[in-house]
Design a protein around this ligand. Structure first.
Ligand code: ADP
Ligand code: MG
Length: 390
């Protein structure tokens, strides 16, 4: 730690403050952080009112913020090329902002739309959450800024309310029809635990991970296939149509015991979607029970079954994520699956501590042989949700 640094700031937070000063010429009023998320199990269930089990990444996005009295929103990111983006809060409307600045502008817009008295600010963003890796750098950015605005304006919103603001921002202003998992994870996760979230009523519970001799290895394939956006909307519409045909409020209302009978009543193209969602919800509940029983090794087969379901039924995996998951298992992982929406992104593998290097190296070698770009790997500890740093 260098001498001039306030004791509560780490070198990285101190760097954010310095960058803010060099961009805007003044001191920020504070620094806030929010993590990305790794979804342990429960994929494509959040827009079906179902269950998810994410944890917060050790990587986070920081925002240094100073309110402005003149209604201007000035945005700068260390990860974005180009000059500071300057917007007027009063003029923010969906469709008016392009590029990365959409995400922070969306949060201010959503707060304004919800009737909160929010003004302008100077905002500097820095992050080590890899963008586009299926670890939700977008929610990390939204939740960091939502938390900053909540504190600076004394809005008194709860973590759940802030997650809903961030989700509305991404849905209506950015134009991504995501469910609520990413924002709830970034706001509500706690260290050393996963968040068991019921996306219907947003009730949540911390489930201690206690991995005990095991590690969660994250393999970022560094690919993101283009069809992601259109495919997501189509899958979502397919699930809604299936629920309608089954006369259910959402697919969450179909229990595993009723699955076979329900499949007979659906057109062939919707059956695999329904099978994935119903079995995936059951896998989340099983995973929670196993963690509560102190048997994390038994999560391995659940992760593997989850991957097979996403690959064969939901069809959102891709050659790179399939290769990473299969290779990790061959090299000693107890189970592995793609995490996040799919069509690229990251794979998680549950690996005995002693096999982490072997598994990582095996995946890198397999990618090399297949002619894919080298993946990035890291082990993840479950971290804290959004918070003020200084
Ligand atoms: P994911 O959320 O899985 O990382 P998304 O496509 O949803 O992928 O969001 C990534 C986008 O979010 C980036 O392309 C960029 O526009 C924005 N973003 C995320 N983090 C930052 C950052 N630190 N600085 C600027 N923009 C960011
Ligand atoms: Mg995202």
């Amino acid at each position: 730690m260098t001498e001039h640094m306030p004791p509560h700031l780490t070198p990285r937070e101190d760097a954010v403050t310095h960058h803010f000063q060099s961009v805007f010429g003044t001191e920020p009023e504070g620094v806030w952080a929010a993590p990305g998320r790794i979804n342990l199990i429960g994929e494509h269930t959040d827009y079906n009112d179902g269950f998810v089990l994410p944890l917060a990444t050790p990587q986070h996005t920081t925002v240094a913020v100073r309110p402005r009295p003149d209604g201007l929103l000035r945005l700068h990111s260390r990860q974005a090329d180009g000059p500071t983006v300057e917007l007027r809060v009063a003029d923010l409307e969906p469709g008016t902002v392009t590029g990365w600045a959409k995400y922070p502008a969306a949060v201010v817009w959503a707060l304004r739309e919800d009737g909160h008295p929010v003004g302008g600010a100077d905002v500097h963003v820095d992050s080590d959450v890899p963008a586009g890796a299926g670890l939700s750098s977008s929610a990390a950015l939204e939740c960091a800024l939502a938390t900053a605005y909540n504190d600076l304006n004394g809005l008194g919103l709860s973590r759940t309310e802030l997650a809903l603001v961030a989700q509305r921002a991404e849905n209506e202003f950015v134009g991504v029809p995501c469910g609520v998992m990413d924002q709830m994870a970034s706001m509500c996760c706690t260290p050393d635990a996963a968040l068991f979230l019921d996306t219907r009523d947003l009730g949540s519970r911390s489930v201690p991970l206690g991995l005990d001799g095991l590690q969660l290895l994250v393999i970022d394939t560094r690919v993101k296939h283009d069809l992601a956006d259109g495919a997501y909307a189509k899958l979502r519409a397919g699930c809604e149509r299936a629920a309608q045909l089954l006369r259910l409020p959402a697919l969450r209302d179909l229990p595993l015991s009723g699955l076979v009978e329900a499949l007979h009543r659906l057109p062939a193209d919707l059956r695999p979607l329904v099978r994935h969602v119903v079995t995936e919800n059951a896998r989340v509940e099983q995973a929670v029970a196993l963690l509560n029983a102190g048997d994390p090794a038994a999560l391995g087969p659940i992760l593997t079954a989850g991957h097979a379901s996403l690959r064969d039924d939901y069809r959102v995996s891709c050659p790179e994520t399939d290769l990473a998951a299969a290779t990790a298992e061959e090299a000693g992982a107890l189970g592995a699956r793609m995490t996040g929406g799919g069509f690229g992104g990251s794979v998680i593998a549950l690996v005995p501590e002693t096999a982490v290097d072997t598994v990582g190296e095996a995946v890198i070698a397999a990618f090399h042989r297949a002619g894919h770009r080298a993946p990035r790997t890291f082990t993840a500890t479950a971290s804290a949700g959004a918070r003020r740093l200084g």
